[in-house]
Design a protein around this ligand. Sequence first.
Ligand code: C2E
Ligand code: MG
Ligand code: MG
Length: 542
Amino acid sequence: MRRGIGIDRFITNMNTSLIQQFQTSIVILTSDYEIAFANPAFIEESGYREEELLGKKVNDFFMELGSISENRNGEIFIKTKSGEVTPKWMEINHFSPANDNHYIGLILLDVQMSGVDPLTKLPNRYFFYRYLNKAIKKAGVEKTLLALFYIDLDRFKFINDTLGHSYGDLLLKQASERLKRCVGTKNLVARMGGDEFIYLAEDLRDETDVDDLAQEILNSFSAPFQLKEIEIYISPSIGISMYPYDGDEIESLISNADSAMYRAKRSGRNKIEKAQLDVSAGAFEKLMVENDLRNALVKNELLLYFQPQIDLSKNEIVGMEALLRWNHPELGIVPPAEFIPIAEESGLIIPIGDWVMRAACLKIKAWMKEGQRIRISINLSAKQFLQNDLAEKFQQLIDETQIPPELLEIEITESMIMYNMGSATDVLNRLKKLGVYIAIDDFGKGYSSLSYLQKFPLDTLKIDRSFIFDIDSNPSSKALTQAISNLGHALDMKVIAEGVETSDQLAHVEKLQCDVVQGYYFSIPLTEDEAIQFLINFKGAK
Ligand code: C2E
Ligand code: MG
Ligand code: MG
């Protein structure tokens, strides 16, 4: 006897019928949504034994059951015994054989391959969008909490570029295995492309559930990955958005989780960050900041801080990075991360950037007058980099202030070059012709390929702070810093380690032959007055 269900003639017929031989998965449910019959194709696919399936509620094995209860064909997900989620196209048929009970027959067809990522076998982004759409509607009706975890593997790109695609693919497969292992019955993990995954959790009670899950995902990466003969530690950066707090549609939820993920990366990787309401703040607040920013220019509220860069072998200060601050009348000193994104969005970054360029040149000149010949580096935004007259602007400033161009360094990021390959060569060559130095900032953050380095006239390579951050505890950070340092030297570039805070980190970067060090260990960013005092008082690093 099958538990819980009487043996209907209909089911008995099924068990002896041709359906047994179908390659397509077929499941028959009672009107109470219990499994009355499963053909061998489904049994094999589910990974369960027949007796584990029969008589059980269908929601133990399927996700997204809305379409069954609404009685319409559509997508559904089989949850296999090993925890995998397989998307299927489901067709529903009803049977009411004479004198027998009512049955619901499900024919489960493979969705087009386009719904599945071939490498990891996870649902792909297109599939995920459709799934999320339904999940949002369901959560809206049931008044439950949804959480979206946007997961990006730290330094994946770098590993892919240095070790090769076969290692990269292996890493992606192993990472998806680990993510799948965190999947509970109500969750889904999908590959968004590249090294990005989204983990969606439904039916959550409160934020503690969200925090626990995030921690579980993070923990699943604590053991090293074995990529053929290489053992490597890879951490994820996780950004979280929640329905209904951070958005009530696909786009806002994904983009808020995505920007939280970038914040996690910026704050040093292997981190969890939640979407911030103020970042995705309403247009009104943005407008307020924008207005204040416009005024900031007029009222002269912008200022530069300076952070010393120390050459370890020469034992001297070789440069100062100019870091922008906004002295807000009510908020006090505001760091760039809080207003540059708004400046970029509104276009204000151009006049603000012009101000920075001029202020830096004037400072070079002022310090020269005090007998301090020191190079100042300034940071550029993507929008500034794309200005046609950028080189002319610098030329004019150099002419006007009469500073030696080699005392000016321009910091750009990998992504600025990567997204503008065509024009970047031209812009950089024109800048280089002026005699200024060019640096790649935040190198290794992992957005680009390495081959571009030799194509451009670059002088300095600044290793991203996140590598230095755990250089004494994470062997792969150390190995990658070593690799970047070697690469920079091979291409005749000066290598700067950013974010050196401790003497241990200093010892490591020195051993890895980084030429120059910048970070709190020597000094935090200083006001103009403090900076000149630092220059005068500096007696050497050792
Ligand atoms: P960045 O160019 O990578 O600058 C280094 C950042 O790391 C600075 O943050 C600096 O204060 C911080 N830092 C330096 N040493 C350490 C350390 O030892 N530990 C830690 N935890 N942090 C350290 P800041 O000043 O907040 O600037 C953030 C970013 O804002 C800069 O990153 C740069 O991308 C951007 N930025 C700054 N000034 C300008 C500017 O004038 N124009 C543009 N477009 N962007 C700017
Ligand atoms: Mg910089
Ligand atoms: Mg940097």
